[in-house]
Structures are given as structure tokens and as C-alpha cells.
Design a protein around this ligand. Structure first.
Ligand code: ADP
Ligand code: ADP
Length: 219
């Protein structure tokens, strides 16, 4: 089972993916998390990606596709993947399809979490993430139990350097210019499922369970 999770920055993809892996036997593969890990470790890829990420631009397709294919191979077969933040361009989607086809696989469903632009900025600027496990909180909509501390007890919460107002605006623009065309791409293939992400975290979760329970066996 291979699920692609589409949606603008701050739509709630990461938050929902963490709940989906608890319910279904699937792995969460987030391109943003992998890139941040490369940056932390100071790898060549991390260094190449830095300036794009800081500006809120997309990292070039060739770097991302190679990184994601390697990651999927490393993880192996398992029960399946939820790809969060990848693909983000038509070029990436085509490369993903070609790589999967070689193994006789294909994307089973593309979920698109729809949130109005007017909500995204406040979601992103209020986001705080655990510096150790990456779990996302929101200062107003999803605060941690103890101020600035991850509920998992692992680390202090930090604001991502690209979660500032000016970078966020560029990320939203980049989404509309380069990633939104993927909605039509997957619609044409007949495997798009749109979910209203403009409601509370629990309600979004229920809508996702409703769609996925029909196609993915729960643990
Ligand atoms: P968000 O979840 O807020 O949308 P991500 O953590 O997915 O943000 O991505 C952070 C940054 O990493 C992006 O702004 C972009 O620079 C880079 N990035 C992540 N995934 C991709 C991708 N598939 N293609 C190109 N760049 C990417
Ligand atoms: P993405 O991975 O799509 O960039 P996140 O899951 O990190 O988005 O969520 C962005 C921010 O919005 C986080 O601070 C998160 O706590 C908050 N958030 C997520 N879903 C909702 C929701 N349905 N309503 C309000 N806030 C939300």
C-alpha cells in the first residue's frame, strides 16, 4: 500500500500522519524530516538543500528523487508507506511512478488535505516542533501539556527557521505554482481523495479513518 499525502504547508499532514501510522501498519516517510536530518548531520545533501529550504523554495527534483528512492529502498517492503511532502512537482510524481513501476507497484491513493490559505499562516507561525522527535504542536490549537516541552518527554520545542511570516508566504506561493497541479495529476489517474482539513485535528482524523478504513487493514 502506497499513499501520497498532498496539501499545502501547514495543512496538518505531519500531525495526521503520526496518527495514521498508529492505526495502520504503515511507515511515515516525510521528505521535510529527512532533509532536516541531513542538515543536522551536515551531509553533502543537507548543505546543498540549505539555501532552498531557508528561502521556502523547492529543493531541485534530482536531489529529492534520489533521496526518497534511497529511503524507500532502505526501509524495505513492510506494510506500506505514507509519503508526506513528496512528490511536490509533476516531475517528481512521474519519477516516483517510474521507480514504482519497475517493482510492479503504483501509488494506491493520493490524499489531499484542503485548507484555505487564510488559515495556513497562523497554523505555521504558531507551530512549535520537538527538537528531538519532530512532533508538531501549536501554541494555540494544539499546545503541549507542559509549556515548551514535548509530551513524549524527549526534548524542548523549537520554531523551525522557515516557519517565519515572509518564508511562509513564499512556501504557500510555491505550493500553488508547483505542487497544486498534482491534484489534477492524481485525479486523472482516478486515485485522488480530498479531505477537508479546515476543521479541528480530531475531525480531520475521523475523515481520514473513514476513507482509509475501506482500503487499508487496521493493525
Ligand atoms: P511543510 O510540512 O511545512 O510543508 P516540509 O517539512 O515538508 O514543510 O518541507 C520543508 C522544506 O523542505 C520545503 O520548503 C522545501 O524547501 C523542502 N522540501 C521538502 N520536500 C520537498 C520536495 N518533495 N521537493 C522539494 N523540496 C522539498
Ligand atoms: P504540515 O505537515 O502539513 O506542514 P503540521 O501537521 O505540522 O502541517 O501542522 C501545522 C501546524 O498546525 C502545527 O502547529 C499543528 O499543531 C497545527 N494543526 C495541524 N492540524 C490542525 C487542525 N486541524 N486545526 C488547527 N491546527 C492544526
Amino acid at each position: 500500500m502506497i499513499i501520497v499525502f498532498l496539501g499545502p504547508p501547514g495543512a496538518g499532514k505531519g500531525t495526521q500522519c503520526k496518527m495514521l501510522v498508529d492505526r495502520y501498519n504503515m511507515l511515515h516517510i516525510s521528505s521535510g524530516d529527512i532533509l532536516r536530518r541531513h542538515r543536522k548531520e551536515g551531509t553533502e545533501l543537507g548543505q546543498k538543500a540549505q539555501s532552498y529550504m531557508d528561502a521556502g523554495d523547492l529543493v531541485p527534483d534530482d536531489l529529492i528523487v534520489a533521496m526518497m528512492i534511497e529511503e524507500m529502498k532502505k526501509i524495505g517492503q513492510g506494510g506500506g508507506f505514507i509519503l508526506d511532502g513528496f512528490p511536490r512537482t509533476i516531475g517528481q510524481a512521474r519519477e516516483l511512478d517510474a521507480a514504482l513501476e519497475k517493482e510492479g507497484k503504483s501509488v494506491d491513493v493520493a490524499l489531499c488535505l484542503e485548507v484555505d490559505d487564510s488559515k495556513l499562516e497562523e497554523r505555521i507561525t504558531g507551530r512549535r516542533s520537538c527538537s528531538v522527535c519532530g512532533k508538531a504542536y501549536h501554541i494555540q490549537f494544539n499546545p503541549p501539556r507542559q509549556k515548551n516541552q514535548c509530551d513524549n518527554g524527549c526534548g524542548p520545542l523549537v520554531q523551525r527557521p522557515d516557519d517565519t511570516e515572509d518564508v511562509v508566504r513564499n512556501r504557500i506561493k510555491t505550493y500553488h505554482d508547483q505542487t497544486a497541479p498534482l491534484v489534477a495529476y492524481y485525479q486523472n489517474k482516478g486515485n485522488l481523495q480530498s479531505i477537508n482539513g479546515d476543521v479541528g485535528i480530531e475531525q480531520v482524523r475521523e475523515s481520514l479513518f473513514e476513507v482509509l478504513d475501506k482500503i487499508v487493514p487496521a493493525r
